[in-house]
Design a protein around this ligand. Structure first.
Ligand SMILES: [Zn+2]
Length: 255
């Protein structure tokens, strides 16, 4: 089924893939697990907190993706569309001018998303501290304080996870832009895509096993690895090699 168009922000059309609703439901369930043992609030209020927390977390994800888009736009990247799906958000970049702008632009654009997640992390942390200090008599104070600290934690997790130096993740793009500057675009792409392939095939499931210690995270990260990282890396190396060959042929023809 076609993704649902939900609106437009800063000139970027926003779409929801139907698989996104599974992500939403999973995160609501995760938050419910936290709120369900809290004394003094009814099931209805627990559900309200879980859904609100998930919605705010999704807005943080949107802020992360928009930061990439807005910094990219300053360098001439054309991004008209963004789709949110089960694995998160994905901006559709018009690729024609992607590599002509240079490593510095890719570096700034890649850093923008995790930076925004860290800003959100700090913002929710401050809200958590303030609400724990000043909302002494609010009936759902504990739930609200937990909500802010959890949102802060999830944004920190989002920044750290995206900073894994494997293409096509933000950290992989940061690493490629640094290597691009020293070794050239194709060798830099090959190195970061090799790391991306390793992380996609085995690294991410191992992180699920050793760090998050649950079968669910092994499967979840395994799916992200196999369906996002591996195809993106295979495609990227091919695309960059073809683009460089085309440019060299153009130069030869001109000479
Ligand atoms: Zn990002």
């Amino acid at each position: 089924m076609k993704p649902l168009r939900i609106g437009k922000i800063f000139g970027v059309e926003l779409y929801l893939d139907l698989s996104w609703f599974i992500l939403f439901a999973l995160i609501v369930n995760l938050f419910l697990g936290v709120f369900k043992d809290m004394a003094g609030i009814s099931l209805r209020v627990q559900i309200l907190f879980a859904v609100s927390s998930t919605f705010i977390l999704m807005c943080s994800l949107l802020a992360h993706e928009m930061a990439h888009c807005l910094v990219g736009r300053r360098y001439g990247f054309i991004m008209k569309k963004m789709t949110f799906m089960i694995f998160g958000g994905m901006a559709h970049i018009e690729e024609d001018n992607f590599y002509k702008i240079g490593s510095r632009a890719e570096l700034k654009m890649a850093l923008a998303g995790p930076f925004m997640s860290l800003v959100c992390c700090g913002f929710f942390w401050v809200l958590g501290v303030l609400s724990s200090a000043y909302l002494l008599s609010f009936f759902a104070r504990n739930a609200l304080v937990s909500m802010f600290f959890l949102l802060s934690y999830f944004n920190l997790l989002m920044a750290c996870f995206n900073f894994i130096p494997a293409f096509p993740m933000d950290g992989g793009r940061v690493l490629r832009s640094l290597l691009w500057h020293k070794k050239g675009l194709l060798p830099a792409t090959k190195i970061t895509c090799d790391i991306g392939l390793f992380m996609g095939r085995v690294g991410l499931p191992l992180i699920g096993f050793f760090i998050f210690r649950s079968l669910f995270s092994v499967i979840w990260l395994g799916l992200i690895g196999w369906f996002i990282l591996v195809p993106a890396c295979l495609q990227e190396v091919k695309y960059v090699a073809e683009m460089i060959e085309k440019e060299e042929n153009n130069k030869k023809n001109k000479n």
